[in-house]
Write a protein that binds this ligand. Structure first.
Ligand code: HEC
Ligand code: HEC
Ligand code: HEC
Length: 462
């Protein structure tokens, strides 16, 4: 066959050319990017490494295409790589120059791949022999990541040597208008917000149950079984958006939902506003605190949101560790944290160990095939909001504060225990099987995250 010979020749040339091009450095180079004024030495070092070793896939438009990228299969591969890579981490020119900062999310993802040695991908390394990050380069990028985190307001209370950690302590005090907090608190516990006056927000977000109902799925008025697990209201103010699929942009928008939802509180807002208006003390408080608007749906939800902003649970044992009390954690708990940083903190980072990003459930293995039961509408996750196929089964990463007291776990409440949730995460998100001692150390660490509300540990309320 005529063609076969040509294909063999092409392959032969390719195999011969590859080492040659590697040795001669035949791939083209971008001109070095000028740094903005005032960038640190450690930033320059990190940026140079990223420009050298990551730009080909993570910076669309800046790619230095090697000669073989013009070959039919190679160019498709490269294009696909650039698309998937930059969807996860896009490094732009102003970021390389130091003009615009890397977000906490990007720093967490970067730290994740450095700790796991997973970037650049192996296939790329087989063609770019000098592409691998060496120990010095990894250390340089990691120490710059630490310096970036030091600048965040979040790490204000961390001990000086722990300001670069992916997790920061929660504040012990939040300053808010206390009168609005008290008003919001009354509303949060007020059953007149439901259609048959049987339920308040607290019915499903019980503060003595970690701000949840500790049930697989929520039960609304007249015993209506909801489709999804109740997340905690504690520390919800840190979330980038509210609900598992992020469909509410903030707490006030969120609070409007359950009141009018037929399967939750089943009320009509106009009716709720009229009922509360008949209560003189509410009338008085709303006109004092919201003089321009008085008592309306909007001020009701604003007051509830302010109350929720006060539901911050600082003072956990882990926070004391981050503030510098080294010996407060047992060796198992410290080891659990070490494992968590390696495997979990690229998604569960920040003061609440989550709430900062949307991630697919099942990045390594199909969670839903493992679970077995039929798919429901809520399993679509963020797809229900964006209608973008890439968002199917994508959920807001839940925060892990007080996770000890908020079973069962996951949006479907399918994991009854923390052990089970940790094992499932390891397998579906990382494709890893953890040993029994790894699981128990991680669980021991997660239990150190139980904080206090009004000075009382949520554990003792349970
Ligand atoms: C050959 C292309 C290629 C190169 C070179 C490359 N990456 Fe990637 N990178 C990818 C692809 C593809 C993905 C998406 C992987 C996935 O979703 O499974 C990715 C994902 C990532 C992510 C996101 C990880 C996550 O949490 O999902 C980070 C961070 C990252 N790369 C960092 C780097 C760094 C740092 C370098 C340079 C040292 C680098 N990459 C070099 C292709 C590349
Ligand atoms: C019938 C039980 C029920 C009632 C009553 C209820 N919730 Fe919820 N709440 C839920 C469920 C279930 C979700 C998750 C729904 C989803 O993501 O689709 C949720 C989500 C939330 C969230 C988002 C948290 C996060 O991490 O995304 C907040 C905040 C919240 N509720 C506050 C309230 C407030 C305020 C009220 C009263 C106005 C209230 N809830 C009434 C069950 C309830
Ligand atoms: C790629 C991102 C990602 C990684 C890595 C990851 N998680 Fe998660 N985690 C999520 C998402 C998304 C959910 C919510 C899934 C759902 O319920 O639909 C979640 C849920 C959880 C929950 C349940 C919380 C709750 O209130 O229901 C726990 C516990 C948890 N993760 C622990 C871990 C641990 C431990 C690791 C490391 C072994 C880990 N996660 C790694 C994204 C991630």
């Amino acid at each position: 066959m005529k063609y076969k010979k040509q294909i063999l020749m092409a392959l032969f040339a390719f195999v011969l050319f590859l080492p040659l091009s590697n040795m001669l450095g035949l791939t083209s180079h971008n001109d070095p990017i000028a740094f903005s004024e005032g960038t640190s030495l450690s930033f320059k070092a990190a940026s140079n490494i990223l420009q050298n070793k990551c730009v080909d896939c993570h910076s669309p438009g800046m790619t230095r295409l090697p000669f073989y990228a013009k070959f039919p299969i190679a160019d498709q591969l490269m294009e696909k790589d650039i698309k998937t890579a930059s969807a996860r981490l896009e490094i732009t020119k102003p970021m390389y120059s130091g003009e615009s900062p890397f977000t906490p999310l990007m720093l967490a993802r970067l730290e994740g791949v450095l700790r796991n040695d997973s970037m650049p991908p192996n296939l790329y390394l087989s063609m770019h022999w000098t592409g691998r990050l060496n120990y010095e380069e990894k250390t340089a990028i990691l120490s710059w990541i630490g310096e970036e985190r030091e600048k965040l307001a979040w790490s204000h209370d961390s001990a000086p040597n722990l300001k670069g950690e992916p997790i920061q302590p929660l504040p012990l005090h939040v300053s808010l208008d206390q009168n609005k907090v008290f008003l919001g608190q009354r509303l949060f516990f007020d059953r007149r917000l439901s259609g048959d006056q049987s339920m308040s927000c607290a019915s499903c977000h019980d503060l003595s149950k970690g701000g949840t109902d500790q049930s697989r799925v929520a039960t609304g008025i007249r015993g209506h079984q909801g489709p999804i697990n109740s997340p905690s209201v504690f520390n919800a103010s840190y979330n980038l958006a509210q609900f598992w699929d992020g469909r509410a942009k903030d707490l006030a928008e969120q609070a409007a939902g359950p009141v009018a939802s037929p399967g939750e509180m089943g009320a009509e807002w106009s009716h709720v506003v009229e009922t509360l208006k008949q209560d003189e003390s509410y009338q008085k408080d709303f006109s004092a605190l919201y003089p321009d608007q008085g008592l309306t749906q909007s001020t009701i939800t604003q007051a509830i949101a302010t109350y929720e902003e006060s539901l911050v649970t600082g003072g956990s044992r882990f926070d004391e560790y981050l503030r510098g009390n080294k010996n407060i954690l047992t060796p198992e708990e410290r080891n659990g944290y070490h494992l968590f940083k390696m495997d979990c903190a690229s998604c569960h980072f920040g003061p609440t160990l989550g709430g900062m990003s949307f991630e697919k459930l099942g990045t390594s293995q199909d969670y839903f095939a493992k679970r077995g039961s039929t798919l429901t509408e809520v399993d679509n996750g963020r797809f229900n909001v964006t209608h973008n196929e890439a968002d199917r089964h994508v959920f807001k990463v839940p925060n892990l504060r007080n996770v000890e007291v908020t079973p069962p776990y996951f949006h479907d409440g399918s994991a009854a225990t923390l052990e089970e949730a940790v094992r499932t995460m390891a397998s579906v998100q990382l494709g890893k099987e953890l040993s029994q001692s790894e699981v128990s150390d991680m669980v021991a660490f997660l239990k150190t995250l139980t904080g206090k509300y009004n000075g009382v540990s949520l554990q003792s309320l349970k």
